[in-house]
Design a protein around this ligand. Structure first.
Ligand code: NDP
Ligand code: MG
Length: 377
């Protein structure tokens, strides 16, 4: 039986993980679940999977079955016997629990890409020191991880991340100025939390995923590519030095990579939709347009410098810009402009400890708020 903990259990990823676990209650023992403010859903999940602990980190719970605070969550991660933590909180808030899990040598099923973006080198080095695995949940990285099994990194020529292109793939660039929140939140292929859905519309999601891949698979930017694939059937691919491509395919369903990360190296029997190749008329691929997706260009550019100050700044500025867009304070196209302005203020340097990252992230957020207030709202 695998002992499991879920950080961000009430979110889109967390809830789908609960669905998987409910079907396999003999395989998983749930040690803890955490959420931010959604106490009702957290309590329901606690009862459904018989979790030992449930922690709410964003507000004082009313029910005394629920514990309170991030310190309590970290105490559990630091002390309880856990085999794998599903890191599925949104944004920078996922970093500290992920760090504590890896520090203790607990395997991490990683959905929270922002923790690798902001602390990639620290987390991957620490994982090799403590001997734990970071198994990707992000569908692209799960595809790459699966395609790399049994192969050597030295033989890798390219990692090709696929991207759906989001809701604005066919929309003229000059009309992006008028994008409404509701339009940005309508993803064609995936149903996800709000932040990642907006990130998919700007394609900053793919930018974050490039950085995630750089650290997960330890490859330089020259070996990373993005291709638009609107059908989201090929979840990413790798090219080896002999011209051989290996890819992982499936209908878009996050339960597949979630279940794989939790049960790795085993696979679970899932009742997911199978591809009918007789009906699948075509798979199409296209080049991303940087004028439509400036956020993707920014991510490629900062990867050339490969400095953690830029990665942290990109992540923090993006989180604040997306939040401001969702609060109707800025326009959709301002997101990329704001990130660019923030990055212009940042010195390229290595930020070497988790404490410094937290401090630097705070500095970036203050700068971003200031820029938004002064020039964009
Ligand atoms: P959601 O917004 O659906 O869920 C977020 C979760 O994090 C909830 O449990 C929420 O708790 C919790 N949370 C929110 N704010 C905070 C905070 N300040 N501190 C701690 N916890 C917080 O997000 P998703 O499930 O869509 O995404 C989670 C992560 O997975 C992200 O990093 C995303 O990029 C990644 N991911 C998601 C995919 C998807 O299909 N959804 C695909 C690939 C990656 P509460 O409910 O109480 O607010
Ligand atoms: Mg993804």
């Amino acid at each position: 039986m695998k002992k499991i903990g879920i950080v961000g259990a009430t979110g889109s990823i967390g809830s789908q993980a609960i669905d998987v676990i409910k079907e396999y209650l003999d395989d998983f023992e749930v040690v803890f679940l955490s959420a931010y403010k959604n106490e009702e859903k957290l309590l329901n999940f606690k009862l459904q999977v018989n979790a030992k602990y449930a922690v709410l980190t964003g507000k004082q719970p009313e029910n005394d079955e629920i514990l309170f605070g991030e310190q309590e969550l970290l105490r559990i991660i630091d002390n309880e016997e856990v085999d794998i933590v599903l890191s599925a909180a949104v944004g920078f808030s996922g970093l500290i629990p992920t760090y504590h899990s890896i520090k203790r040598g607990i395997d991490v099923a990683l959905a929270n890409k922002e923790s690798l973006v902001t602390a990639g080198l620290i987390l991957t080095k620490l994982a090799s020191k403590t001997g734990c695995k970071i198994i990707p949940v992000d569908s692209e990285h799960s595809a790459i991880f699966q395609s790399m099994l049994g192969h050597q990194t030295e033989d890798l020529e390219k990692i090709i991340l696929t991207a759906s292109g989001g809701p604005f793939r066919n929309r003229p660039v000059d009309s992006l100025e008028f994008v409404e929140i509701e339009e940005a939140l309508k993803h064609p292929n995936w149903k996800m939390g709000k932040k990642i859905t907006v990130d998919s519309a700007t394609m900053m999601n793919k930018g974050l995923e490039l950085i995630e891949a750089r650290f997960l698979f330890d490859v330089p930017v020259e070996k990373l590519d993005v291709v638009i694939h609107p059908e989201s059937i090929v979840h990413s691919m790798v090219l080896f030095c002999d011209g051989s491509y290996i890819a992982q395919l499936g209908y878009p369903d996050m339960k597949i990579p979630i279940a794989y990360a939790l049960s790795y190296p085993k696979r679970l029997n899932l009742k997911t939709k199978r591809i009918d190749f007789y009906r699948l008329s075509k798979l199409t691929f296209d080049k991303p347009d940087f004028t439509k997706y400036p956020c993707l260009k920014i991510a490629f550019d900062i990867l050339k410098n490969d400095k953690s100050s830029y990665f942290i700044a990109l992540n923090g500025a993006n989180e604040i810009a997306v939040e401001s867009f969702l609060n109707r304070n800025i326009k959709f196209i301002d997101i990329a402009k704001i990130i660019e302005e923030v990055l212009n203020l940042i010195e390229p340097k290595d930020v070497n400890s988790i404490e410094e990252i937290v401090e630097f992230d705070r500095y970036v957020r203050e700068k971003t708020y200031y820029i938004i207030k002064k020039r964009f709202s």
